[in-house]
Design a protein around this ligand. Structure first.
Ligand code: GRF
Length: 238
């Protein structure tokens, strides 16, 4: 059975999905601890109520990122995890920290990477008039939001979507996608194959592609294309 550590910064709904899946036996793992960098993260209470140990490593309590990450790594390593999951963890991690957990650090990001790395992904997707949006689970590398992709889930953008509506629809598939990817990892069906399929972009090194080992396995990729989406394409400015 694999040991998990989950890092959060806020609401913790992705974390809750993982806790539920572990409890239901869908993921063969034990959650050692949930760690938040924010003491006011709502997810801490959710985890505690579910009987999962919690800790706070408040980034504001440290002089610099090196000191913060040293304390964070100590809290993580105390549980000797096989996998560390960034489930809405909103701090950028240094290359040294990422290297420490190479191959055992997964992140859920609310866009179809390599589109919309960074923040405000739903707002930017709406502003661009895209028809398909979604989320990505990827291995974390030192280049933010561009490590090897494990799985993606897509939703259609509806003509009456606003940021909140779109975010809610993406979040629902995030929960399923993250549970699927972690289930893969915990049953040793996930590996980084090393092929040079990096995300294009500035100063990015090839990260390799992640894939599930084994044929005929179910893919945790939920493409939900609904017909009748007539949102007009915005007029191009160039
Ligand atoms: C999710 O949309 C996740 O993809 C992003 O931050 C949000 C966290 O939501 N990184 P929650 O804390 O899991 O509810």
């Amino acid at each position: 059975m694999k040991r998990l550590v989950i890092l959060i910064s806020g609401r913790g709904s992705n974390m809750a999905a993982l806790i539920d899946a572990v409890r239901a036996g869908e993921i063969d793992a034990a959650i050692g601890i949930v760690i938040s960098n924010r003491p006011d993260a709502a997810g801490l209470a959710t985890a505690a109520t579910a009987g999962v140990a919690t800790a706070v490593v408040d980034h504001r309590a440290f002089a610099d990122r090196v000191e913060f990450e040293r304390s964070l790594a100590a809290a993580i390593d105390a549980k000797a995890p096989d996998l560390v999951v960034l489930a809405g963890f909103m701090r950028i991690l240094s290359p040294a920290f990422v290297a420490r957990y190479a191959g055992r650090l997964l992140n859920i990001h609310p866009s179809l990477l390599p589109a919309y790395p960074g923040v405000q992904t739903h707002r930017r997707a709406l502003a661009d008039g895209v028809r398909i949006h979604g989320c990505t689970v990827h291995f974390v590398t030192s280049d933010v939001d561009c490590g090897p992709i494990v799985a993606q889930a897509a939703v259609t953008v509806q003509k009456d979507d606003d940021e909140a509506r779109l975010a809610a629809r993406v979040l629902a598939v995030e929960h399923r996608l993250l549970v699927g990817a972690v289930r893969w990892f915990c049953s040793d069906r996930l590996s980084i194959d090393g092929s040079p399929r990096a995300h294009p972009g500035r100063n990015r090194r090839p990260g390799g592609a992640a894939g599930a080992v084994g044929q005929g396995d179910e893919l945790p990729a939920f493409l939900t294309v609904q017909p009748g989406n007539t949102r007009p394409k915005p007029v191009s400015s160039h």
